[in-house]
Design a protein around this ligand. Structure first.
Ligand SMILES: Cc1cc2nc3c(=O)[nH]c(=O)nc-3n(C[C@H](O)[C@H](O)[C@H](O)COP(=O)(O)O)c2cc1C
Length: 361
């Protein structure tokens, strides 16, 4: 069985382990003639890359991507996609497998060690092997290509909650996300959250977070009833990211507290003669189809499981033991999940854009 492939018409297959020689991805179904440079992919990868601030793991992975196939020179001297599979590779350069030697036989609480062993009977324990979030680098690389498939779409994401602290939405400014190491869209939260996270980090602990992803400029009608709804596919895509434990679209769980009057997004005709929604509680999706409004999705990321406090566990021989996870880890993996969330939104939209075009023209 193979479940390393995502998407239907815009389809990615990722491969590789955290401490293997390389990780990679095949992007299949990308339309031909789309200008694409390695620098464009690298730009997105650099946002996810570790070691960029004191809040992300100090592993020094340059994450330099190579395009192995699927592009060719166009007549204007640039490079475009050819419509054939695009092969992407990142060589792993900063593995310290010895950091993981003492957990070879122990199951780290909160990690996939126990379940991989229960399923396969063996596991690559170095850095979590295939279960490592190193795999998400390939999603980000593929997402950089997917962003170019749907014309006019702008995807942004940011940290809107860290632990118990939520952003002040009156200060929300998406243009500031890349100005701070937390990818936070509320400039007023950056300093207090940084102090808070410093304390967590110094204590060798970790904390969870909520990420909001917003796609603007999505045309109405993307999505495929009944079992390929846009919200359904987005929820699946976000939930497939490591450490994600909850996904919401629009009001999400809070919709349960609203009345029908409060929740219904009323419609008028705007000054441009087009439908104008007076609110967006639905998060830009009705009946599994995009409305043309912003698509709003949030997901929660659990606190990093690798912490310095000893935890109770068992080993693969059935003995009870304690474990301290050494190695280099982020105090809040939610931060580096921000570009990954953007990439998953781009992958879902590119796939649905091509599927919609295939059926409806
Ligand atoms: C970008 C990113 C980086 C991550 N880095 C770490 C890490 O350094 N240490 C850790 O314990 N978990 C890390 N995780 C989470 C684990 O990969 C994840 O918790 C583990 O594979 C178990 O899977 P699950 O939490 O989805 O059930 C990271 C997650 C993401 C999205």
């Amino acid at each position: 069985m193979s479940h390393n492939t995502f998407g239907h018409l815009f389809r990615i297959t990722t491969w590789g382990e955290s401490h293997g020689p390389a990780i990679g991805c095949v992007v299949d179904g990308c339309p031909p003639g789309i200008p694409l440079t390695v620098e464009e992919i690298q730009r997105d990868l650099d946002r996810r890359r570790p070691g960029q601030s004191r809040f992300t793991t100090q592993r020094r992975e340059p994450d330099s991507v190579e395009i192995q196939s699927g592009v060719f020179d166009d007549s204007g001297g640039g490079q475009v996609t050819t419509g054939t599979p695009i092969g992407l590779v990142i060589r792993n350069t900063d593995q310290r497998s010895k950091d993981y030697g003492d957990i070879a036989a122990k199951f780290r609480p909160g990690h996939a060690d126990f379940t991989y062993e229960a399923k396969y009977g063996l596991r690559d324990y170095r850095g979590g092997g295939r279960s490592s979030a190193r795999e998400t680098a390939m999603r980000v690389a593929a997402g950089a290509i997917a962003r170019k498939v749907v014309p006019g779409v702008r995807i942004r994401a940011g940290l809107v909650q860290m632990g118990p602290h939520r952003i002040d939405r009156s200060r929300l400014d998406w243009s500031t996300v890349d100005d701070n190491p937390l990818f936070c869209p509320d400039p007023g939260s950056v300093e207090p959250w940084s102090d808070y996270l410093d304390e967590i980090r110094k204590n060798g602990s970790s904390i969870g977070a909520v990420i909001e992803v917003v796609a603007k400029g999505v045309p109405a009608g993307l999505g495929a009833p009944i079992y390929g709804k846009l919200d359904q596919d987005l929820a699946s895509a976000m939930m497939s990211i490591n450490a994600v434990k909850g996904v919401e679209i629009g009001e999400g769980m809070a919709a349960a507290e609203l009345t029908g009057e409060e929740n219904a997004d009323e419609i008028r005709i705007g000054a441009d003669g087009k439908p104008l929604f007076l609110s967006n509680h639905a998060g830009g999706i009705l009946g599994g189809l995009s409305t043309g409004q912003e698509i709003v999705c949030r997901f929660s990321v659990k606190p990093t499981s690798s912490i310095l406090s000893p935890r109770k566990t068992i080993d693969r021989h059935g003995n009870e033991t304690d474990i301290v996870t050494k190695g280099r880890h982020d105090p809040c993996v939610g931060i580096r999940a921000v570009p990954v969330g953007e990439a998953m939104m781009a992958l879902v939209l590119a796939d649905h854009f091509l599927r919609h075009r295939g059926q409806c023209g």
